[in-house]
Write a protein that binds this ligand. Structure first.
Ligand SMILES: C[S@@+](CC[C@H](N)C(=O)[O-])C[C@H]1O[C@@H](n2cnc3c(N)ncnc32)[C@H](O)[C@@H]1O
Length: 286
């Protein structure tokens, strides 16, 4: 802990982290340890895209899958398992995969406590998502909610190609990507609000930078680093680009819309403006 009472390495709000000179991207093994460490604090650290008040097109896309009882679905990067109750009892076979052992442990515990009928038949797999060789052509539906977030885009390209190969022809890939463009949108609103209050442009930008916690972001490459987790944030054009590279000729994008509540800095102030978002996607394997 340092003199200000912060944990070692925790960024100081409003300041840029000290340049370490190390711009290397952490490897997958570092990241699975970081995700395991985050598992027990997961509900405090992350906003739940399925909580009441969120307009989430993903659930409708899941409900629209025809004849699910005859199908296999995979929850890729299942985390502590918030999606599983929406899959169990609907799909014939449910596979839940995550590379962080602690996440899988918590997902199993949560499922057991919920006593959802069929919960004991979920097949849990602990491994990185780019290793799906034994599931080649096995999935009718793959879902990835905020889990295609590897900080190294080579891992992302490998993962998307592996997911594509794990789907049978006509299989559907659904999910949510954290939106980088929504951070720019929030920055614009914070800046405008400060200008409207009479701050000069330099002060208004300082305010937006501080309130928007820009020190956590790498805007040019679309990354967010917080408490040892370095995650990809996506622009819509990048989703289209990387899906095309991985062999998905088309990807449909729709916004997951969040309420302007206290979970977003300045949220209630922006109630008259369009809501902030993440990107939900749907792609079909040819
Ligand atoms: C932001 S959490 C989302 C968890 C869950 N899908 C949800 O909606 O709450 C990201 C999850 O993806 C997992 N993950 C990240 N990269 C992964 C990879 N390369 N292979 C497998 N799991 C991965 C992490 O361990 C973490 O559980």
């Amino acid at each position: 802990m340092d003199a200000t009472g912060r944990l070692d390495g925790e960024p100081v709000p409003g300041c840029r982290p000290k340049p370490s000179g190390d711009r290397s991207v952490p490897d997958l093994e570092d990241q699975d340890r970081s995700w395991s460490r985050a598992a027990s604090r997961y509900d405090d650290l992350f906003l739940d895209p399925f909580r009441p008040g969120v307009e989430n097109p993903l659930l409708n896309a899941i409900r629209a899958i025809p004849d699910p009882a005859s199908k296999t679905v995979a929850d890729l990067g299942c985390g502590t398992g918030p999606l599983l109750p929406h899959l169990i009892g609907r799909f014939g076979r449910v596979v839940a995969l995550d590379f962080a052992p602690k996440m899988v442990e918590l997902a199993k515990k949560r499922l057991k406590a919920s006593a959802i009928p069929g919960g004991d038949r979920v097949e849990f797999v602990v491994r990185p998502m780019d290793r799906l060789d034994d599931f080649r052509g096995a999935f009718d539906v793959a879902v990835a909610v905020n889990s295609i977030v590897m900080p190294d885009v080579r891992d992302i390209d490998r993962t998307l190609a592996a997911v594509r190969a794990s789907l049978r022809p006509g299989g559907v890939f659904l999910g949510i990507m954290p939106a980088m463009d929504a951070i720019h949108y929030h920055t614009m609103l914070l800046n405008d609000e400060a200008l409207d209050r009479g701050l000069d442009p330099e002060e208004a930008e300082r305010h937006a930078t501080f309130q928007g916690e820009h020190h956590f972001y790498e805007f040019a490459f679309g990354r967010f680093e917080f408490q040892g987790l370095r995650q990809k944030f996506w622009q819509p054009f990048e989703i289209e680009h990387r899906f095309a590279k991985a062999g998905f000729p088309k990807v449909e994008l729709e916004k997951v819309l969040y309420p302007w509540d206290e979970t977003i800095t300045g949220g209630p102030t922006f109630a008259d403006f369009p809501r902030s978002w993440d990107w939900s996607f749907r792609a079909v394997a040819p």
